[in-house]
Structure formats: structure tokens, C-alpha cells
Design a protein around this ligand. Structure first.
Ligand code: ARG
Length: 366
């Protein structure tokens, strides 16, 4: 078992280092020396440690390889923070709060990843229990769900750990982390770190009165990052939003904030019949409102037409570099007017290429 595992790690390390040295224009001599060193380290300790440069390159290429991501044009500008030496809960929370501050950057969002230690003999595995570092709670009440229905289970877990929210539809959940098999540990996110955008519409004043808002930065914190066979279970990362994620999904899905009937009401549309396309009209206005609000507040966001154009440039850039592009069509097309983008009319090879971000087992009982 152990021997097999070390063989797998050795092969993955080999492939990764060859790719890194080839793409970075480093010499064959340097590659040979590094390969020898890593093989010895694996023989001796059962694992190996990436250099800071290898880690940064690996995290960026994992983004480049993310089949579901339409925002990959910017892969090489990822800001990679090395937090592998942190072993204490307090220090890890500090690094997570710092990630939020750096990534938010007062609205000029910086794509950022913070990589914590992988599981190894000296270090316990770090896991972040949250799906995103900032996300709204969801409470089951007699009057129905208050907040984000997607968060109901995790919110209950946070409350079992002793957290209490105010009970509004937009309570920011605490961050929960766990080191090895130690009990999980939680902290509230300092409110001054949480940038939020009140959603209003340039021509529909009634929309602002709904009191709808969304947070500025989506920071995914439950996915693993695999580089050269090493699996980083805690490596939260962020880009900026595409407006449809908020306006066509988070705020619109019937099993999320389900706002379309209320928007249609504000617009004076009857929701009686499908043929008036009231859902479509409400969706478009809600997406306009999200773009307008983020833009007005100086918070980075991209519309789906621009994002699709950027993705085509990414494809061209990759072809020019002699690298095949993989992608997941169903995720790449936007949920609003997909056929108005070129992505819709193309096809993509959904092969998984490493380094890669991946889903991992939920760390708590659901
Ligand atoms: N779709 C998720 C959300 O609405 C965020 C996923 C990552 N998105 C991004 N633009 N990097 O919260």
C-alpha cells in the first residue's frame, strides 16, 4: 500500500516537474538535479516539499486547467500565498482574514490563493469546513427558510459549535477550521473585512427597497489543490464574480433566494402565464441591477458577454502556446442568453488535466 502510494507520488512528481521546467525555460541539468532530489526525499520521508516557485506555478496551472471556469484568461496573474508553515489555529485564522483583506482590496479584487500545509508526517491536515470564506447563513424557521437555503446544514453545524447569528437573510457565517482530528474551531469574520454590495437598479427604484445585497468576493474554500501528487486540502482561492452567478443563480434560483416573482411584481408583470416571459424579463433586469450596483460601488465584476470573449482569447492564447484547452461546456456557457456567446456554438474536451482543483469529501456529518 505504502509502496504503491510512494510510486504514484513519484510518478506524479516527475510529470509535474518536467512540465514546470519545460514551461519555465529552466535547463535540463537543473531538472535532472531536482528530480533526483525529489526521488530521494520521497524514499526517505514518504513525501516531498514543493519549492515556493513550484507551488506558485502549480496553483496557477491548476486554474488554467479548471474545465468549469470561464475566467481562465487571467490564470498567470494569480497571487499565490504560501501559508504551509502555519500549524496553529490562531495563525490560520489570521491568514484567512488576511486573504479576505488582500483579495477584496477595497473592491479592486485580486485573484488570490492561500495554500496551507498538506497532510504529512510532521503536520496535521488542515481543513476549512466552509464552502466559501464569506457566505450567508440559512435558517429553517416556521415561516420557511430565512437566508441562503444552500447554507442550512452548515449553519446548523455552526450553531452546534456555539455560533449564533442575528437571524437576518444575510448573516455572514463564521469560519470553521479543523487541524487533524482535533475538534473544529470557529471565529466570526471581522465585519470590517466583509465588503458587500446593496443591489439596486438604475431605473427600477423599487428594487433597492427589497434590501437585497451580495458579498463582493467569492472565495471557494472546500476544494483541494493537487500539484505533482501532493494534495493540499486547504487552499482557498478567489477570482471576481460574473454577474450571472449572483443575478441568475444565487438570487434567482427557486431553491436559493428566489427573487424573480418579486422582481416581476416590481416591474408590473403578471406571473400568471409563461408566454409573457416574465421570468426572462425579471432575470435580465436583476442581472442589470447586479452589474450596475457592483460597477457603481467600484467592485470588480464581469458581464457574461465580456467573460465569453475573454475565454475565446484564452483559447487562442493556449493554442498559440501549443497547449490543448480542456473545458466543460455545460459550465462554461452562461445561464443567461448562452447562445448569444460563441462558447455555446463550440464544443469542449472535458478531460481532467493536472495540476487541478477538485471536490473533496465533506468534513462534517450532514
Ligand atoms: N458560483 C459561486 C457563487 O456564486 C462562486 C464560484 C466561483 N466564482 C468565481 N467567479 N470565481 O458564489
Amino acid at each position: 500500500m505504502q509502496v504503491q502510494e510512494e510510486r504514484r507520488l513519484g510518478e506524479e512528481a516527475d510529470a509535474f516537474l518536467r512540465q514546470y521546467y519545460a514551461e519555465s525555460g529552466l535547463t535540463d541539468g537543473a531538472l535532472a538535479a531536482r528530480l533526483r532530489q525529489v526521488r530521494e526525499e520521497i524514499d526517505r520521508s514518504g513525501t516531498y516539499r514543493h519549492t515556493e516557485e513550484e507551488l506558485a506555478y502549480g496553483a496557477k496551472v491548476a486554474w488554467r486547467n479548471s474545465n468549469k471556469c470561464v475566467g481562465r484568461l487571467f490564470w498567470s496573474s494569480l497571487n499565490v500565498r504560501d501559508a504551509r508553515e502555519l500549524m496553529q489555529e490562531d495563525d490560520i485564522f489570521e491568514a484567512l482574514f488576511h486573504h479576505i483583506r488582500l483579495a477584496t482590496n477595497e473592491g479592486r479584487i485580486r485573484p488570490t490563493i492561500t495554500v496551507f500545509a498538506p497532510a504529512s508526517t510532521e503536520a496535521p491536515r488542515v481543513r476549512i469546513w466552509n464552502h466559501q470564506l464569506i457566505r450567508y447563513a440559512g435558517y429553517e424557521t416556521d415561516a420557511g427558510i430565512v437566508g441562503d437555503p444552500k447554507s442550512v446544514v452548515f449553519t446548523r453545524i455552526c450553531m452546534e459549535l456555539g455560533w449564533r447569528g442575528e437571524g437576518t437573510p444575510y448573516d455572514v457565517l463564521p469560519i470553521v477550521i479543523q487541524l487533524g482530528d482535533r475538534p473544529p474551531c470557529w471565529r466570526a469574520v471581522p465585519p470590517e473585512l466583509v465588503l458587500e454590495v446593496p443591489i439596486r437598479h438604475p431605473e427600477l427604484p423599487g428594487l433597492a427597497e427589497l434590501g437585497v445585497k451580495w458579498y463582493a468576493v467569492p472565495m471557494i474554500s472546500d476544494m483541494s489543490l493537487e500539484i505533482g501528487g501532493v494534495i493540499y486540502a486547504a487552499a482557498p482561492f478567489n477570482g471576481w464574480y460574473m454577474e450571472t452567478e449572483i443575478g441568475a443563480r444565487n438570487l434567482a434560483d427557486t431553491d436559493r433566494y428566489n427573487l424573480l416573482p418579486r422582481i416581476a411584481g416590481l416591474m408590473g408583470l403578471s406571473t400568471e402565464s409563461n408566454v409573457t416571459l416574465w421570468k426572462d424579463k425579471a432575470l435580465v433586469e436583476l442581472n442589470i441591477a447586479v452589474l450596475h450596483s457592483f460597477k457603481t460601488d467600484g467592485v470588480s465584476i464581469v458581464d457574461h458577454h465580456t467573460a465569453a470573449e475573454q475565454f475565446l482569447r484564452f483559447e487562442q492564447q493556449e493554442r498559440d502556446a501549443g497547449r490543448p484547452v480542456t473545458g466543460n461546456w455545460a459550465w462554461l456557457i452562461p445561464p443567461v442568453s448562452p447562445a448569444a456567446t460563441q462558447i455555446f456554438h463550440r464544443s469542449y474536451d472535458n478531460t481532467i488535466v493536472k495540476p487541478a482543483y477538485d471536490y473533496q469529501r465533506c468534513p462534517y456529518h450532514t
